[in-house]
Design a binder for this molecule. Structure first.
Ligand code: TRP
Length: 329
């Protein structure tokens, strides 16, 4: 294997079967980064606890998400794929980092304020420490690069501050200040054409559904709201189906739809069918691969336990260095 440029870390909460928002916003990028970097991808179950009322679905959601990742092209022989809580050193580092973290900054973060608004009855201590646990994730594995979406940008900046405080306080350089890697990702709207695609809004299109199911889902997509009748010309620039065509359809077809929608020579139904066809073609190899690896009930488990072992090796050595730098006896 060619020498890689550095280490990437990213994490995602176990949300079960993945949708196009997850795919375009994270997974696709995770897959591509493997070519250049040594990648560590974590299913952050501890982070998930900050917002969950029940943990009943955790095992299933973890397995389903891992299956989707692997089917979409994450290569577990090259990259480390593991469950956050399987490497408990992260909680130790979280505690240590919390001592160099000013509380006032945590409660000022927009992500924290959002959560307080969303779950006023469950403003738990873990929610305040969420970014510190993220900083522990990133620094435990000495990641140099963290690919995240815009909503997580303040957390990475925060991690950098924590690292600087830690290294300054203990006169060390054991922790690495990570760089954020913002890749150009399209904003993926749900089938409502208004809000960000998300499972909780039930406006999502699953990556790994059966082709017929995908078609059915696509048929419910909201298009240009001004186009009421088939004979009305449409405006592709405000149509969410068209923005998806731009991602998944061949360029000539995109140009054709663009022109014909404006002339009302293609209707929304046909346009959606074309999108479904192209999307299903794009996802077919992933779906095949998923069926294949899901057949062996132990495969995912083996991948995750091997990942945890490899992650643990790095974690144990970082923790030893951290304790030494602090002077913990
Ligand atoms: N907070 C991230 C999210 O909600 C998930 C996450 C946890 C993460 N730890 C991380 C992302 C470390 C990047 C690096 O999307």
């Amino acid at each position: 294997m060619a020498k890689k440029k550095g280490r990437v870390f990213s994490g995602a909460r176990p949300t079960g079967r993945q949708h196009l928002g997850n795919y375009l916003g994270a997974i696709k990028n995770y897959v591509a980064l493997q070519d250049e970097y040594e990648c560590v991808y974590s299913i952050v179950d501890l982070h998930a606890l900050t917002t969950m009322e029940t943990t009943l679905n955790l095992p299933d959601n973890t397995r389903e998400m891992a299956l989707d990742w692997l089917a979409a092209g994450i290569r577990p022989d090259e990259s480390i794929v593991f469950i956050q809580s399987h490497v408990p050193e992260v909680t130790e580092l979280h505690t240590i980092l919390s001592m160099v973290t000013p509380l006032g900054k945590l409660t000022e973060l927009p992500t924290f304020k959002d959560k307080v608004r969303q779950q006023p009855k469950n403003v738990n201590y873990g929610l305040v420490g969420y970014p510190v646990l993220m900083a522990a994730d990133i620094t435990l594995y000495k990641a140099e690069i963290v690919p995240v979406g815009i909503d997580q940008a303040p957390h990475i900046e925060f991690t950098r501050e924590i690292v600087r405080s830690f290294n300054a306080r203990y006169k060390t350089n054991v922790l690495i200040e990570p760089q954020m890697k913002r890749t150009k990702v399209p904003k993926v709207l749900g089938t409502d054409g208004k809000q960000k695609m998300s499972k909780s809004l039930n406006n999502h299109i699953e990556m790994m559904a059966a082709p017929e199911e995908t078609l059915e889902r696509i048929m419910t997509m909201v298009t240009d709201p001004q186009r009421k009748r088939r004979s009305d010309p449409g405006d592709p620039d405000v149509c969410n189906v068209f923005s998806m065509h731009k991602i998944f359809s061949p360029v000539e077809e995109v140009a054709m739809i663009n022109a014909e929608c404006r002339r009302a020579t293609i209707g929304c139904v046909d346009c959606k069918k074309r999108f479904a066809k192209n999307l299903n073609t794009h996802l077919a190899p992933f779906r095949e691969r998923r069926d294949e690896i899901a057949r062996d009930p132990e495969y995912v488990q083996d991948v995750l336990s091997d990942g945890a072992k490899r992650a643990h090796k790095i974690a144990a050595s970082t923790i030893a260095e951290v304790k030494e730098a602090i002077g913990l006896p």
